[in-house]
Design a binder for this molecule. Sequence first.
Ligand code: ATP
Ligand code: MG
Length: 434
Amino acid sequence: MRRSRAFIPTAKEAPSDATLPSHRFLIRGGFINQQGAGLYNFMPLGKIVLEKIRAVVKEELDNAGCSEVQLSFVTPLGLWERSGRSEAMGKEMLRISDRHENEFVLSPTNEEAMVELVKNRVTSYKDLPLNLYQINTKFRDEARPRYGLLRGREFLMKDGYSFHSTKEDMVREFDLMEDTYKKIFNRLGLDFRVVEADSGAIGGTGSKEFHVLANSGEDTLVVCESCDYGANIETIFDDQAEIDILNEKSYEELTESKIDKRCDCGAELHFKKGIEVGHIFQLGTKYSSALEANFNDENGRSKPFEMATFGIGVSRLVAAVIEQNHDENGCIWTKTTAPYTVNILISNAKDVNQVNLGEELYEELKNLNIDVMLDDRKDRFGFKMKDAELIGFPYTVIIGKELERDIVEIYDRKTKEIIQLYPRDLLSKITELI
Ligand code: ATP
Ligand code: MG
């Protein structure tokens, strides 16, 4: 992409309610903009990041044998009445009616709709297991939408639902999804923990959350440093008031609080703050029984499906990456999530040699399928460099005055290191770095 042609409205200031780094930098960097409370537009850079994350999620799920579908975003209220969840979802579920006064909801999650889709289409144990997912818009009328993409009202979620003939097979799939989620979050370059979780309103037993570790996280975790045990404090403390107090504490305050309990492995437990980016539940037959979704087993007996459900906060991940990777100047994207991996900065757009080298490198990198931005704007070097810092390209090739001495530079956003090299070595150095 040529920067002179791009729509990237960067800004010096962030809105006053943007207290977290991801919220500030995603708005200032021209990734997203706020449309209303908890409602965000994705501008070109934000959309590219969102699609990159979506692609990693899809690739790993498809590899694990899941199939992608897309359910309608608007679902009839009747479906929620039959499962008994209309009441339980309360005001988080937005209800609307059409011109004929039929009632609908904007889907906050899709257990019911997915069960209806499979019901009467899968009738035999021979057709199981089945794992269907979608990456689709959700709407939850959150009591306190805040922190930008971290807690929106409209957001993008990957929601998956699996169907099985036995509980053992459901647990096997649950474990497979745990492994698959670990692959996804590793590929995204995130530091995360899998913790035991409370199953909350969705119900069932056997529930794990995936948290990106970040001091600003809304959830408080207890983790062991020597084995991989971790739990959301919601599962450890019975008293909700105690949980609320711990959640309100900052990371610094928490590190001073002691945990009496020791890990089963004998080591000490520590508090951490986390951003929940994934959640997997063993549902059992809760929804299949309620909606009479049955299959015939080997002996011809009719039974409700054993089910599990698997969620990932795809748009929340965009912000979680930045919450974990930023500095005072802006975003630091991981290699897999960066909107563009390389930014070529032409220092003086009037210098023919600088322009020619920039253009040449731009074409070469495009031919190698490397995502590249060419900053060909006529602005000053300092201005363009500040922009590159804010947006957070992993590498910026600086073509400046030094070109007269046959020298160019590669700037590493994360380490802030500058490598000087001959223009002729640029291509091999960049491919080596990536
Ligand atoms: P939370 O406790 O953060 O409200 P949840 O338990 O309600 O999350 P799930 O119903 O398990 O979330 O939804 C699956 C995933 O969707 C979550 O793990 C999270 O990453 C994401 N998610 C949930 N609510 C929001 C929201 N308001 N904005 C952005 N992402 C969300
Ligand atoms: Mg919630």
